[in-house]
Ligand binder design. Sequence first.
Ligand code: SF4
Ligand code: SF4
Ligand code: FES
Length: 235
Amino acid sequence: MLSTTKIFPILKMKKEHKPERVNITVAGKPVQASVGQTIVHALWAEGMASEVATGCVGGVCGACTVSVRYADGKKGGTELACLHPVEEDMQVYPFPVDPLPTKPPVADPDATKLRQAYPTLDRCTKCESCTYACPMDIPVMDSVLRMQKGELEQVAQDFTTCIHCGLCRAVCEDKVEPHQMGMWVRRSLGQSLPNLTLEAAGQALADLEWDHLMTGTMEERLQRAREFRVTGSLK
Ligand code: SF4
Ligand code: SF4
Ligand code: FES
């Protein structure tokens, strides 16, 4: 007698392609997930969306911060739940970081003005926790040391990809607030340049820049951001 999978090969195909399941916990609650899902998508599929806050679900807004541990002792860390894939025995703990009020930017910033705005700058004990916590691979501690030396152009470049998730602040026992200072530096340098409004740039130029954003490589985008910061103009 013929087996059902010989008569209906699609049945066999479907069986073979069934996604592999893994077991994770989120805030101590068991969740069955499929290999390839992110933590956020696994929660959505199980009707548990409220367990982790979300915004963009694209690694941009920093709303979905979590701490990840593994039952077998494998090294975990801080992650964005909308980007991080599930793994067997993963233990996920929501780790929301409250936003802080920002300090107003100033024209022609330097290390002295930065210290006035953020006296926490010199508290850094070089523990490097902020660098390990950053989901965007920003060299946060090195950049704090650059801030102390007044190398602000480089600091602005370091924080180009900062999504302001706040994880570097949350893990800093010395309350240095690196991301706040990085944002302050970027805004202050921007404020020091003339003609930075969209009106001044002109809509046509803004449209052209949008095209560059959509089609350029990451390195090209960073290079354009660098040039814009230094020259204040878009070419
Ligand atoms: S976590 Fe804080 S103290 Fe440690 S390196 Fe970063 S800024 Fe410095
Ligand atoms: S520098 Fe801090 S706030 Fe910015 S992405 Fe990294 S951890 Fe998040
Ligand atoms: S939801 Fe925006 S970074 Fe994850």
